[in-house]
Design a protein. Structure first.
Length: 342
């Protein structure tokens, strides 16, 4: 019996609903594969921010530092600006635990779309930086400056991670750039990509400007396999690709520290979806697919593959679909269907 302690942060809105669904599925997987998962739940959320003035306690990272993994639903709520929820919880965890890879596989589960790709997003630097400021607020001369930060070690390690993945998959890597418009950081990105690819004869590189890449991803997603991108470009591309694949409610994500020095964090791509929260209709598949990535990371590839096959079989052999996919099933119906398929 393998045992793992998971820190669970359900968050706000449908984050809470999809976390409950995922735990039920993981319990079923655990019974089949002799994996004992224990959960410590943390109420870190916008609700906590409104009650106590902070998304998480000041020593929050210390409370989850020794867990084997972190599973997060989604955070974000009315009354709390989105930058507060992001910078008060997600970004401190991603950066504090050096989760420099944001991995987002995208596949058309119901076979309507020929799409099977992975976005490898840089997760701790780039465009999402605290460097900059605002001046002359409230005057006609008001201004804002926001700097991007690209470092050689930061770009190198994300490109190397993407190259490893491309070698294990089809040997095709696409790099998202914008070196025609962004003339310092993006040529630097391109140079490092070219240097690293030169050492990998088994991988062919294609470099695409982000705007053209978005258009091609919509028109013909089957062209792409592994896509490596900076923090901002990867964020946008993965939501776009998830929508092309059917629904953002299907999309999984992992924030990974490949060195295993710190716990990695697993969270579906979607947010707290205030427009449908509390109605029991959230699609839990993104969160449950995310759990397959967590099982992989914890060293259980068979359990992970078994769960993924169960998810796939619900799409190929049943018509259970949540409303975001045009169906009438609720969160619980979909969860039960996946457990039955297991
Ligand atoms: P969102 O992902 O919450 O919702 C976008 C649209 O997709 C909505 O119409 C929603 O109903 C639908 N949707 C999302 N997930 C779904 C699911 N599992 N099943 C069915 N439909 C689903 O993004 P939005 O509206 O931009 O943000 C809402 C809040 O969530 C904001 O406060 C935002 O900051 C936060 N957010 C948090 C994230 C996180 O915790 N990682 C990521 C993205 C947004
Ligand atoms: Mg996003």
């Amino acid at each position: 019996m393998h045992s793992h302690r998971i820190a669970v942060i359900p968050g706000d809105g449908i984050g809470v609903e999809v976390c409950g669904a995922t735990r039920a599925v993981l319990d079923a997987v655990g019974r089949r594969h002799a994996i004992a998962l224990t959960y410590d739940e943390f109420d870190w959320s916008c609700a906590r921010y409104l009650a106590e003035g902070a998304m998480m306690p000041a020593n929050g990272l210390d409370l989850i530092r020794h867990h084997d993994a972190i599973f997060l639903g989604a955070v974000g709520g009315p009354g709390v600006p989105d930058h507060v929820s992001l910078w008060g919880l997600l970004i401190p965890i991603r950066r504090g635990f050096q989760q420099f890879v944001n991995l987002r596989p995208i596949r058309g589960l119901d076979g309507r779309q020929a799409i099977d790709l992975v976005v490898v997003r840089e997760n701790v630097e780039g465009e999402y930086s605290e460097i900059g400021g605002r001046l002359y607020q409230g005057t006609p001369a008001e201004m804002a400056v926001q700097e991007s930060v690209f470092t050689r070690p930061g770009v190198t390690r994300i490109v190397d991670y993407a190259l490893d993945l491309a070698e294990r998959r089809g040997g095709r890597l696409t790099s998202a750039t914008k070196s025609n418009g962004i003339i310092h950081t993006m040529p630097f990105w391109d140079e490092i990509v070219a240097e690293r690819v030169a050492e990998r004869p088994a991988v062919t590189l294609r470099s695409e400007h982000i705007d053209a890449l978005c258009a091609k991803l919509v028109l013909d997603p089957a062209q792409f396999d592994v896509i490596v991108a900076s923090n901002l470009f990867g964020d946008i591309l993965s939501d776009l690709a998830a929508a092309v694949a059917g629904s953002i409610g299907l999309a999984p994500a992992a924030n990974i520290d490949p060195t295993h020095a710190y716990p990695s964090m697993f969270e579906p791509v979607h947010g707290s979806a205030p427009d449908i929260a509390g109605r029991g209709i959230a699609n839990p598949v993104g969160a449950i697919w995310t759990a397959t990535m967590m099982l992989d990371h914890l060293g259980h590839p068979e359990a992970s593959a078994n769960l993924m096959a169960a998810i796939e079989s619900v799409f190929t052999t049943t018509d259970v679909r949540t409303p975001d996919l045009g169906g009438k099933a609720g969160t619980e119906d979909m969860t039960r269907a996946i457990i039955e398929a297991l």
